[in-house]
Design a protein. Structure first.
Length: 509
C-alpha cells in the first residue's frame, strides 16, 4: 500500500504545477478573458433562455454560478474543471496500466506499480501545463466545460470492458450535455456507440447510451420551440457551413439562381479568413438580409448556397477540409482567422474594456472588468512565453496513438496479424476518434480556429496511453496452501476435485 501511494508522486508534481499556475492566473487576471461569443453566452445566462445561435449548456453553468455575483468565482470553477480533465486522463491510463500488469507479486515486480503511474502522469502534462489550455479555461467561453463533459462520457464508456447499462446511460447523458454545450458534440455519440459495440458492451449498455443521449437533446429542442416556435437546437444552422464554403466557392462554377447571387463571396481584406469575413465583417451578405444570421431567410439562403457549392466543387471542399485539419499540427501559430482574434487566446499585457461589456457584466457580477494585477500577471506572462505547446506535438500524440498498438502483433510467442487491430479497436479507438473528430468537424462545417485544437489534446493523450499499454490480463491465482492432515483424504463419495479439494479452495476452475 505504501509503494502504491508513493507511485503517485510524479502526478502530484504535475498537479502541483498545474494548480500553481492557475492560482497565479486568477490572482493576476481576476476577471475572465472576453471573446466575441462571450456576450451572447452571458445574455442567455442572465435571461435563462435558449441561445439563438448556439445551445445553452454553457449559459446554464453561468446561471448556476450567478448567485455568487463574481466573475472570479466563475474563472476559478472553470480552472477546476480543467484540472479535473487532467485527473480523468490520469485515472483512465493508470487503471488500464493496472489491468495490464496486475500486482500479483508486488515485491518482485515493483515496476508494475511505478510504470503505469509514471506513464499516466507524463500523459497529463500536455493537458495541464501548456499555457493555451490555461488561457482557454480563463475565457468566458464554453470550451473547457465541453471538453470535460465529453471526456466524462468517454470515461464512462471505457470504465469496464463489459459495460453495464448504467455506465452506458452515464456515457450517453454526458455526451448529450456536451452536445448541448457545443453542437460539434452531436455526431460524437456515434463514435461512443461504435466503440462500445467493439468492446462488446452489450445491447443494454448501448441502448441506454442512445436513449440517455436523445432525451436531453430532444427536451432542449422542445424548450427551444416554446421560446422561438422552431423545433431545433438553434436558429442559425446553415450559416456556419456557408462560411466554410466561402474559402473556395466560385459562382462561375456554381451558377446560383438570381435570388442566391447575394451569397456569392466578395472579400476585400486578405488578412481575414474568408469564413470569418462572410460572417462578421462588412463583406458579409447577411448585412443585407432581414434578421441577420438568426433570420429564417438567412439560414435558408446560406444552406442552399453551401450545399450547391459542395456538390459542384467537391474536390475543392475536400481540399480545404484537409488543409485546415493539418493547420492544427503546425509548429507556430499564424494570425488566423485574423490578427486580432488570434491575440485573444493569450493573456494580455494591458487592460481593455468596452462600455458594452461593462453594462452587461454589471448585471452578472461586480468584478467583470478586465484587470491586470501585478506582480502575479507578470509571472503568468513569463510562463506564457516559455510553455506553449506547438501543434506538432498534437500530431505526434495522434500518430503514437495510432501506431502504438503495432507491437502487439506478436503475443505470447505467437504472431497475431489482427492483434493490433483488436487491441486498438477495443481501447484507443474511442479517444483517438474523438480527438480526430474534434479537429475535422470544425474544419468541415465551419472554419479552422486554434480554440478548437485545445479540446482535442486530452483525448490524444489518453489514446496514446491505451495504445501503448498491453491488453488487460487476469492476475495469476495464488498458490494452493497444503491441506491439514485430517483433510488430506476426501470424504467418501466426494470427487477429488470437489469443493473440499485444494484446487477448489485455490479458485482454479
Amino acid at each position: 500500500m505504501r509503494v502504491r501511494l508513493i507511485a503517485h508522486v510524479p502526478f502530484a508534481g504535475v498537479l502541483g504545477v498545474a494548480i500553481w499556475i492557475r492560482v497565479l492566473a486568477v490572482l493576476g487576471y481576476p476577471a475572465p478573458l472576453w471573446f466575441g461569443d462571450s456576450k451572447s453566452y452571458l445574455e442567455a445566462a442572465l435571461q435563462l433562455r435558449p441561445g439563438e445561435t448556439r445551445p445553452s449548456g454553457y449559459p446554464f453553468l453561468l446561471w448556476l454560478i450567478e448567485p455568487f455575483h463574481s466573475f472570479t468565482v466563475l474563472v476559478s470553477v472553470q480552472h477546476a474543471i480543467g484540472v479535473l480533465t487532467g485527473v480523468l486522463v490520469y485515472v483512465l491510463v493508470l487503471r488500464a496500466g493496472r489491468a495490464a500488469w496486475p500486482l500479483d507479486e508486488p515485491g518482485r515486480w515493483a515496476w508494475r506499480v511505478w510504470l503505469p503511474a509514471v506513464m499516466a502522469a507524463a500523459l497529463t502534462v500536455p493537458v495541464l501545463i501548456p499555457v493555451h489550455q490555461i488561457s482557454l479555461e480563463h475565457m468566458l467561453m464554453s470550451d473547457s466545460l465541453f471538453t470535460f463533459l465529453l471526456l466524462a462520457a468517454v470515461t464512462a464508456a471505457l470504465w469496464r470492458r463489459r459495460s453495464t447499462w448504467w455506465l452506458g446511460a452515464l456515457a450517453g447523458a454526458f455526451a448529450a450535455f456536451a452536445a448541448l454545450t457545443r453542437t460539434a458534440g452531436l455526431p460524437l455519440i456515434a463514435v461512443i456507440v461504435v466503440a462500445m459495440l467493439l468492446r462488446r458492451a452489450g445491447w443494454r449498455a448501448c441502448v441506454s447510451a442512445v436513449v440517455m443521449f436523445a432525451l436531453p437533446v430532444v427536451g432542449y429542442m422542445f424548450w427551444f420551440q416554446s421560446e422561438y416556435g422552431q423545433f431545433k437546437l438553434a436558429k442559425a444552422n446553415s450559416i456556419w457551413l456557408y462560411g466554410r464554403t466561402a474559402s473556395f466557392a466560385d459562382c462561375n462554377v456554381i451558377k446560383p439562381r438570381p435570388e442566391l447571387q447575394i451569397m456569392c463571396p466578395h472579400l476585400t481584406d486578405p488578412r481575414i479568413s474568408p469564413a470569418f469575413a462572410v460572417m462578421w465583417t462588412k463583406d458579409s451578405p447577411f448585412r443585407e438580409i432581414p434578421g441577420w444570421v438568426t433570420g429564417d431567410e438567412a439560414d435558408r439562403l446560406a444552406g442552399e448556397f453551401a450545399w450547391a457549392a459542395i456538390r459542384k466543387q467537391p474536390g475543392d471542399y475536400a481540399n480545404i477540409v484537409v488543409h485546415d485539419t493539418f493547420m492544427a499540427f503546425e509548429w507556430d501559430r499564424t494570425p488566423y482567422p485574423n490578427p486580432w482574434t488570434s491575440l485573444q487566446y493569450d493573456f494580455p499585457e494591458g487592460e481593455e474594456w468596452s462600455d458594452g461589456q461593462a453594462l452587461l457584466a454589471e448585471k452578472y457580477g461586480t468584478d467583470g472588468e478586465t484587470r491586470v494585477v501585478r506582480p502575479w500577471a507578470d509571472q503568468v506572462l513569463a510562463y506564457q512565453d516559455h510553455l506553449a505547446m506547438p501543434g506538432t506535438f498534437l500530431g505526434i500524440l495522434l500518430l503514437g496513438g495510432l501506431a502504438g498498438a503495432f507491437p502487439y502483433v506478436r503475443s505470447r510467442g505467437r504472431w497475431r496479424p489482427l492483434g493490433p487491430v483488436r487491441h486498438w479497436g477495443t481501447g484507443a479507438l474511442l479517444p483517438w476518434g474523438m480527438s480526430l473528430a474534434l479537429l475535422v468537424i470544425p474544419a468541415a462545417t465551419a472554419d479552422f480556429d486554434y480554440r478548437y485544437v485545445v479540446p482535442a489534446v486530452p483525448f490524444a493523450c489518453l489514446a496514446l496511453g491505451l495504445a501503448l499499454l498491453p491488453p488487460p490480463r487476469r492476475p495469476r491465482p495464488a498458490a494452493a496452501e497444503p491441506a491439514p492432515a485430517e483433510e488430506e483424504e476426501p470424504e467418501a463419495g466426494a470427487p477429488s476435485g470437489g469443493p473440499g479439494s485444494a484446487a477448489a479452495r485455490s479458485g482454479v476452475r
